[in-house]
Design a protein around this ligand. Sequence first.
Ligand code: ADP
Ligand code: ADP
Ligand code: ZN
Length: 217
Amino acid sequence: MRLILLGPPGAGKGTQAKRLMDRYGIAQISTGDMLRAEAAAGSEVGREAKAVMEAGKLVSDDILIRMLGGRIGQADCAKGFILDGFPRTEAQAVALDGMLEQKAIKLDAVVELRVNNSALVDRIAGRYTCAACGVGYHDAFQKPKRAGVCDACGGETFTRRADDNRETVAARLVVYHDQTAPLLPYYQAQGLLGGVNGMAEIDGVTVELFALLDKVA
Ligand code: ADP
Ligand code: ADP
Ligand code: ZN
């Protein structure tokens, strides 16, 4: 199964992608995670991306298209993948269509996670991640069972993203509405678009996603 999860920053794409990965045995491809890994490694791409990300803007289409092209050819994508954070512009969507056509593969679905702006700001402001295993948490909405200890790996060190502050969020939401939201009609026209109510609690969103995607799988 090959999917795109579309939705604004903080909508729950990463949280839900991990669950879809387990259910359908497909790879999660988060371009944000890939860029943060490049930045942490101090590569040329990473150095260029870091400042752009911290300003809440989009990293160039060229970089992203090259990065994704390499990633979807890897072995763990053979059974399928969930794109989380890509495409974000029409140029990226068109490039993706070209790459898939070349590999003679097709997208099965594009799912929009619909969430109000006010909820997004709260979700992003409270987001943090286990430094050891990358599992995501939230100060109010998704606490670890034991305070300060990761449920998944027992790790006790957590990180917050430099771009997850209220000021940068506003810029990221504007970018989403200007550059990424136009992809909704793009995929609607291809007959691929579905949507779920991302305002529900995390488990409720998962139930709705599974119901939608079990029909596709
Ligand atoms: P995205 O990948 O779309 O940016 P995340 O999956 O990282 O979003 O979720 C953003 C934050 O909101 C995380 O801290 C996560 O724990 C929390 N979260 C995700 N889904 C929900 C939900 N349905 N209700 C409340 N909080 C959520
Ligand atoms: P979120 O889902 O919270 O917006 P991501 O982790 O997907 O966060 O992305 C973080 C940042 O990485 C974006 O604000 C942007 O600067 C950069 N980025 C990620 N994916 C792309 C992409 N497809 N095109 C351009 N920039 C991207
Ligand atoms: Zn962990």
